[in-house]
Design a protein around this ligand. Structure first.
Ligand SMILES: Nc1ncnc2c1ncn2[C@@H]1O[C@H](COP(=O)(O)OP(=O)(O)O)[C@@H](O)[C@H]1O
Ligand SMILES: [Mg+2]
Length: 186
């Protein structure tokens, strides 16, 4: 049973303090609110929530929204891929695609970065399928997401809808993670 499960990948995650230290070393001047890093990485987290109507074209809008927020971060291509896969799943596999349906995107710009997508449920359970043929054109999306994630969780039920969330290392680009080109779902 994958609902409520957690996939964890150990790895170094650079924290806010290290990032602020880096900014100091780069010579950013201190202003009345502190340094640029202290202000940007201050104690309040940057959490964004947005809803989208359940149309296929809205997955691109969600992707653009997320990549704008993470622009300049090493993980922006991972963010793009994850948001594309998770939002496409809400359209393909849930009542989100029905009249009046919607999906929700939640982003936290932090280290680790947090991405969650909620859907309207109704048709089964998100499943990380393994083993998987990486060259397959379907059935590998959540597996690839799980491999890119520092942590991943699946919560909810077909009746209530699901939330699929991941934490990502802000400083880790997609690179050659899978030894092949992975193209995001449209
Ligand atoms: N949000 C969701 N709600 C319900 N079921 C889902 C959801 N996302 C994925 N699934 C289920 O998990 C399976 C694996 O998803 P995924 O790896 O993205 O492959 P694909 O979307 O290509 O089928 C899907 O085939 C579907 O049965
Ligand atoms: Mg999919």
């Amino acid at each position: 049973m994958l609902v409520g499960s957690l996939v964890e990948h150990p790895g170094s995650v650079i924290g806010r303090r290290a990032r602020i230290r880096e900014e100091h070393e780069m010579g950013f001047k201190k202003g009345p609110l502190g340094s640029a890093g202290e202000w940007l990485w201050g104690p309040d987290e940057m959490r964004w929530r947005r809803t989208f109507s359940g149309r296929p074209d809205q997955t691109a809008s969600a992707r653009d929204f997320a990549t704008t927020l993470f622009a300049g971060s090493a993980c922006v291509d991972v963010v793009e891929f994850v948001v594309s896969e998770l939002t496409a799943n809400t359209i393909r596999h849930t009542r989100t695609c029905e009249d009046g349906g919607w999906f929700g995107l939640e982003l936290v710009y932090d280290d680790p970065a947090y991405i969650a997508v909620v859907d309207n449920g109704g048709r089964g359970i998100p499943a990380v399928k393994q083993p998987v043929d990486l060259l397959a054109t379907s059935g590998r999306g959540l597996y690839l997401v799980s491999q890119l994630a520092y942590k991943m969780g699946i919560e909810g039920s077909p009746g209530l809808g699901h939330k699929v969330w991941v934490e990502l290392d802000l400083d880790k680009p997609m690179g050659g993670s899978f030894g092949l080109e992975v193209s995001a779902a449209s």
